[in-house]
Design a protein. Structure first.
Length: 305
């Protein structure tokens, strides 16, 4: 990237199908809007269908003739993920694993998993595996949205649910670290299978989205005070995942984030994940645990050690 990339650089996406999770607001809405503008068919997967329909109407007002479909998907519930995948009868070019929750009080999913790990990682892991046979075209991609918080995360294999040591930030970091491990391991498995598909990871820096407003009271209060000083808009925050999803030069296994100071703001560039998240052995361990917890087995071989 020799110059700053923007949404104006998105190539024509006519004939391509995008599935964007969490497309009712924030980064997901901006991602859906940007690719719809370039001619893509966009499936907007949302937990709240009323909010999703309102978001789709907003896009349609701005993009006459936009090809949009709103569908219900609650990533915290693996039954919802399976039902969504079973009813998804379209081919798929790009899956953007964008939806997420941040620092709520401890709660468990219907299947008994900690809610952030369930929503941010396990739901997307299962969704990706269940939709692999829908991928089509010469350049299929999976883009998984991580966070700067992955730098401070680790996988608490001995306490995945937080029963013995839950702290909202700690378990948010776990889920975002899991996103990074998953995205990079998926790319290794695509390569081992000789697949044309690419897996990339992106992060939005510090972006003004509803994710912060939905977090716990302390994070929300502090965030509201400093947000205008340190954040960028959701539209700018979506640029790294849009680059990962659409730029012809983007390569599998890349991690895309803002080019500004400490990656908080700016135009999308290739950035470096924390070294621990590039550990294939750790990624394989998480992959095996994730297959067990979700019951979803990917038809992809593990990469050679």
């Amino acid at each position: 990237m020799s110059r700053k990339w923007s949404s104006a650089d998105i190539p024509d996406q006519s004939g391509r199908v995008f599935l964007v999770t969490g497309a009712g607001s924030g980064l997901g809405l901006e991602t859906a809007r940007a690719v719809a503008r370039r001619g893509a068919r966009v499936v907007m997967a949302v937990r709240n269908t009323a909010a999703g329909e309102a978001a789709a109407a907003q896009i349609a007002d701005e993009v006459p003739g936009a090809d949009l479909e709103v569908r219900k998907l609650d990533l915290v519930d693996l039954d919802s993920v399976r039902a969504f995948a079973e009813s998804f009868d379209s081919g798929l070019d790009v899956l953007v694993n964008n939806a997420g929750i941040m620092t709520p009080p401890r709660s468990l999913s219907p299947q008994g998993h900690e809610s952030q790990f369930a929503t941010n990682h396990l739901g997307h892991f299962a969704l990706t595996g269940l939709l692999l046979d829908r991928f089509q075209g010469p350049d299929p991609r999976v883009v998984t949205v991580s966070s700067l918080a992955h730098r401070h995360g680790r996988i608490h294999f001995d306490d995945l649910t937080g029963e013995r040591g839950y702290a909202p930030i700690k378990y948010y970091g776990q889920s975002k670290f899991a996103n990074m491990l998953f995205g990079l391991e998926l790319e290794r498995r695509f390569r081992a299978a000789g697949s044309p598909a690419k897996s990339l990871v992106a992060h939005p820096g510090f972006s003004a989205t509803g994710l912060l407003r939905a977090s716990n009271t302390l994070i929300r209060t502090v965030g509201t005070m400093v947000m205008p000083l340190v954040t960028q808009s959701a539209a700018d925050g979506a640029l790294p995942q849009l680059y990962a999803a659409t730029a012809p030069e983007a390569e599998g296994g890349q991690y895309i984030g803002p080019d500004g100071k400490r990656e908080r703001k700016g135009a999308p560039v290739v950035v470096q994940p924390v070294p621990a998240s590039t550990d294939p052995a750790l990624a394989r361990r998480l992959w095996d645990v994730s297959e067990t917890l979700t019951g979803v087995r990917f038809p992809l071989p593990a990469a050679a050690s």
